[in-house]
Design a protein around this ligand. Structure first.
Ligand code: IPD
Ligand code: CA
Ligand code: CA
Length: 283
């Protein structure tokens, strides 16, 4: 979709989308906060990929708000809604991003809600119900953190930033590739490397300048749809870990303040084959 098509989206429609996204994230946040206070049984989708009633109930709450307003729109959400990523009008939802943190009482988790037009995020909201931090963006209209215009950091080099990263749910070659890349960032004398455990907040923290870069060799659309738009609208850059454009499908993600993007890509590309399970070239 070109920027001309974007401006053609009716502004009344986009205002409604933005207020529904906010109401939906708030509804999900209420469920998640309730369980954060009272506790919930955690189950396992894989040995360290967890799920709880909080995830399921929060998804139902978020989807309920979206469906009430836009019954004809498609929904792609982590716990059980599987629409096509290229659908004309698509909501991409992570009802509880950072479930592992949530399960261990670490207050770094969020509800992430994005509206996409033909695979392109147009509106996104990320809400941390514990800190109360709100991150909201609309394509072409800027990014706002708790109502204040957000901008990426102005650092010009890797040795001036903190890098955040994630491991997806992998303890094999992708994990090793991530650790090797982390080592290279440290050798470039970044101020620090962090693993926060909530991709949507990692992205938004790039957008407000806390992190100069964030990467993960694999993410799902619901992890990045809202946060990637937030970074772009805050003046940053988001690509795959090889430097290509993002599609609304599972993919690696690199988000930066823009200025350090090339230097970060240079490191990530060294381990891309390994991360993606291809044979390393010999010699
Ligand atoms: C996960 C978190 C984590 C990231 C994983 C995601 P979930 O989402 O965002 O930070 O490293 O790749 O899958 O499973 O907690 O919704
Ligand atoms: Ca997630
Ligand atoms: Ca989740």
């Amino acid at each position: 979709m070109s920027d001309k098509d974007v401006s053609a989206l009716d502004s009344g429609f986009m205002s409604e989308v933005a207020s529904v996204a906010e109401a939906a994230a708030r509804a999900g946040g209420e469920v998640v906060s309730k369980y954060h206070r009272t506790g919930v049984e955690i189950r396992s989708k894989g040995s360290y990929n967890l799920v709880s009633d909080a995830d399921i109930e929060a998804e139902a709450a978020v989807v309920g708000v979206v469906r009430a307003a836009f019954p004809g729109h498609a929904i792609l959400a982590e716990e059980g809604h599987r629409a096509d990523g290229d659908a004309e009008d698509l909501w991409v939802i992570d009802p509880l991003d950072g479930t592992n943190n949530f399960a261990h009482g670490v207050p770094q988790f969020a509800v992430s809600v994005a509206y996409c037009r033909r695979g392109r995020p147009m509106c996104g909201v990320v809400f941390n119900p514990v800190s109360g931090e709100w991150f909201a963006a609309r394509r072409g209209e800027g990014a706002y953190a708790n109502g204040t215009r957000a901008r990426v950091g102005t650092e010009g080099a890797l040795n001036e930033i903190i890098v955040s990263l994630g491991f997806y749910y992998d303890r094999g070659a992708m994990m090793e590739a991530t650790l090797e890349a982390a080592g290279d960032f440290l050798r470039e004398e970044v101020h620090g490397v962090r693993r926060m455990g909530c991709a949507s907040l990692d992205l938004c923290w790039v957008g407000i300048g806390r992190f100069g870069a964030y990467f993960e060799y694999m993410l799902s659309p619901w992890d990045f749809a809202a946060g990637a738009l937030f970074v772009e609208e805050a003046g940053g850059r988001v690509t795959t870990c090889g430097g290509g454009p993002l599609a609304m499908a599972p993919t690696g993600v690199l988000a930066t303040n823009g200025a350090v993007h090339g230097a970060a890509l240079e490191i990530l590309r060294r381990y891309l084959d390994k991360a993606e399970g291809r044979q390393q070239p010999i010699g």
